[in-house]
Design a protein around this ligand. Sequence first.
Ligand code: CA
Ligand code: CA
Ligand code: CA
Ligand code: CA
Length: 573
Amino acid sequence: MENPSSQDASERALARGHVVQERLLPTPTAGRWQRERLVRSDIQERLLLVREDWQDDAAAGRWLIRGRSIHLADQMIVRVREGVRRDRLQAELGAAGMSLLKAVAKDLYTVRIAGGLDSHERALAAFNEMRDLVREAEPDGVGFGAGMPDDSSFSVQWGHHNTGQSGGAVDADVDAPEFWDLLEATPGLVVAVLDSGLNMTHPDLLGLAWAHAGETAGDGIDNDGNGRVDDVNGWDFVNGDNNPTDDHGHGSNVTGIIAATRNNSTGVAGMIGGVKVVVCKILNASNSGLTSNLIAATTYARLLGVPVMNLSLQNYPFSSSLNTEFTACQTAGILLSICAGNQGVDNDVTPNYPSCYTHDNIIAVGNHDRSDARYSGSNYGDVSVDLFAPGTSILSPVLGTAYTNYTGTSQATPYVTAVALAIKHLNPSWQAAEIKNSILASVVTRPAYGGVCLTGGRLNAVTALSHAVRQLPLRDSDEDGYSNLMEYAVGTRLDSAHVRPQISLGMAGGYFRAAVSFTSRPDVSLEVQRSEDLGNWQSSGVTGFSSGSVTEGGIPEDGSLGSYLRIRAVAAP
Ligand code: CA
Ligand code: CA
Ligand code: CA
Ligand code: CA
């Protein structure tokens, strides 16, 4: 038996369980079988129903696993008809030998059923008899975080800034230092990270957790009426409480890539500052989670109004209820940054969920390594994967005060999330469609990414900002009187009114001159314009004195060509 890949999280997880019962079912296609196993595993402390599609690869003389899905054998997600009361549902379920577990979202519940190889079919038949109450039902799926610690000794952040350390390709990175010259922080923005939680006492993650303004801590009251009592930092959907502290490390690693504190003389630098994280713990201490909790957390974060969610999650089975929830996120304009998965397979052939839902508001992210190539374990897909980002040996905080290198598409995804937040900060009116467009349209293309993703390229934070700025060239995000485009062209901070272009005006050699020094960029230029009356600005007739990194132009000091000068940025076509 060939495994899909040794990188497969479900394979590793199942290896730790033991099989209670199994059966092999023929399919209508010759040479294909379905294997169903009941597995008792510590990943969810529950009975799992594992379905695999097997194919007889006659040419190679072996059997291959074409696909695998894992569900809880004894739990269903049930959508009831509008207005069905909880007590009535409870009574009807009890009469059928089932029990109500918890509310996932409005009209959506988890239900405990008897667990066995046939349990899902039996439950579906029972729900069919309750059609006046139940609209639809499906088994509750099991998925995984998509990054694994590696023991690499690399201790510098090549994904931020690749200087060729440890044999990497120089500049195969997202250009974080150049990005920080333009934008450092996104104060006021929140991001939901759906993962294993957050280590809120790690020295590099202090103060990162969102503080829910609508909730009074510790009074035992659901002050904002969102169904969660004292959800001051987020919610622990795994244990059903208000303390989403990380007990695995994956969520802290992912969150640290977005926003670990920079310039605190400690550890690593996150991509952006100022952002607050709605901590949604949906993965347990084994880094595995349920579809029902993923739906509940997505609903929770959507109703809070977050603009972006980070889902470094893989290997969930397809779920109709989650599909419905993602449609609601799409309607709300929320960007879902989702990892492509770590099996090293083609997602166009073998869809990996949640990244392979077809909603327009999803960015599906693969993982590239320091040598500017697709990491061998990263899933790919000409259609279903959008771009690549750094994800191999990424150092970031974990549990305690530790830092660990993680590898996976889980680590690539938060890079995209951080850049999405930066764009949202610059252009607050933008929603998922516009943000996604700027990220995808601005990738750095390389042959290595051709044919393995939609864009043929990898994320770059500076080109993404540039693209976003050029779409709204007159916008002045920091309200310092200089447009984002002008500040981008000159190289001053777009998010600080204290750092702005320094334009010098003066007389020299018979000319009235204006000059500014700039950072050379391929997609924008500067020009000096003249006017007689502060209207009708034009560049014709201005004598150029530019040299090196200074743009300079002038008009005769006799006033024959006007009395006013200004410097404008012009976006390349
Ligand atoms: Ca609440
Ligand atoms: Ca409260
Ligand atoms: Ca730090
Ligand atoms: Ca400005």
